[in-house]
Design a protein around this ligand. Structure first.
Ligand code: CO
Ligand code: ZN
Length: 330
């Protein structure tokens, strides 16, 4: 699965500019489903036809956080707005890449006190000498994401946009392994999650499923003096109890736990105090849809070096496949 993950994380795709990542995912999944389509917002929906079972919507967002050019000055430096949860402390000194492959460096105005390091002090330097030469490469409104290749640390992988390409990889791998199910399964690769779970909202309304399961990253409490949280890297797939956007449907949560327990799949319970996923809007669609979340424990979320454990990813894929092969009693 490492090859697939590498391909997914190294592809460009800030919220609203998901064209490249959408094409990669389509290529990877099309041989394993009956139909692939794209809806009005750009959500990629891959369908495995059912045999009289339930209608299941799986959601993983394909967009990543990033920057959007707001202004280009006379010397060719770019000012930007943020796309999703980007921090100036993490941005400083990073490289970013635009859809056309142009790479830029994040520089900063002179700062005397670190507390003054705010987004408006930063700019992108693409090596241009003036405004026309910058505009020949990048325009106002273009978006950049972090530029970083995947590093393989053995059982742990580090990359940009594990949030949520690791969820996309989990769905693709589950589609490949899923053989025996009566359920109609919609593998939905959503757009614009990082700016407010927008794609999942319209996709859920359009599909009106019997069950929704989002696969996304979650934080961990296992690094020096971190937040207090039970989830740790390497201890299995996380089954969400609560985050800022959802209190998981009790029946769905129980089904996930029972399935993991019976199949001997390592799992841990997740209570995330800040943050949400696509399951939030899915659950609140129409008259309400039972929804749950399988999370991949991830360190350093929203940095260019998000770290996951391959054992946890494997556990998430196995759990998803087992659940889809079950009767879906919730
Ligand atoms: Co995120
Ligand atoms: Zn995410």
């Amino acid at each position: 699965m490492k090859e697939l993950i590498k391909k997914l994380v190294e592809t460009h795709g800030p919220s609203g500019s998901e064209e490249s990542i959408q094409a990669v995912i389509r290529q990877e999944i099309k041989g394993f489903v009956d139909e692939v389509r794209v809806d009005a917002l750009g959500n990629l929906i891959a369908i495995k036809k059912g045999r009289g079972g339930k209608k299941v919507m799986l959601a993983a967002h394909m967009d990543e956080i990033g920057l959007m050019v707001t202004h280009i000055d006379d010397k060719g430096f770019l000012r930007f707005a943020q796309i999703g949860g980007v921090s100036p402390f993490i941005l400083l000194g990073q490289r970013v890449v635009f859809a056309n492959g142009i790479v830029g460096v994040i520089g900063s105005e002179k700062i005397d006190d670190i507390k003054d390091l705010r987004m408006e002090k930063l700019f992108i330097d693409i090596g241009a000498i003036d405004r026309p030469s910058a505009e020949a490469k990048v325009k106002v409104g273009d978006s950049a994401g972090y530029w970083r290749p995947l590093d393989d640390l053995g059982n742990r992988l580090v990359a940009k946009s594990m949030d949520d390409r690791i969820g996309c990889g989990t769905l693709i791998e589950a589609a490949r392994r899923l053989k025996n199910t009566d359920h109609e399964v919609y593998f939905v690769f959503t757009v614009q999650e990082e700016v407010g779970t927008r794609g999942a909202r319209t996709a859920a309304f359009g599909l009106s499923p019997d069950l929704g399961i989002a696969v996304d990253v979650t934080r961990t409490g296992d690094t020096p003096k971190s937040i207090t949280m039970e989830v740790a890297l390497g201890k299995g797939a996380a089954i969400k109890v609560k985050d800022s956007g959802i209190i998981g449907h009790p029946g769905v949560k129980k089904m996930l736990v029972e399935t993991a327990r019976q199949a001997g799949i390592p799992y841990q319970m997740e209570v995330l105090e800040q943050g949400g996923t696509d399951a939030g809007p899915i659950q609140l669609t129409r008259e309400g849809i039972p929804a749950g979340v399988i999370s991949i424990p991830t360190r350093y979320i929203h940095s260019p070096s998000e770290m996951v454990d391959l054992g946890d990813v494997e556990a998430a894929v196995n759990l998803l496949v087992k659940v889809l092969e079950s009767e879906l009693a919730f």
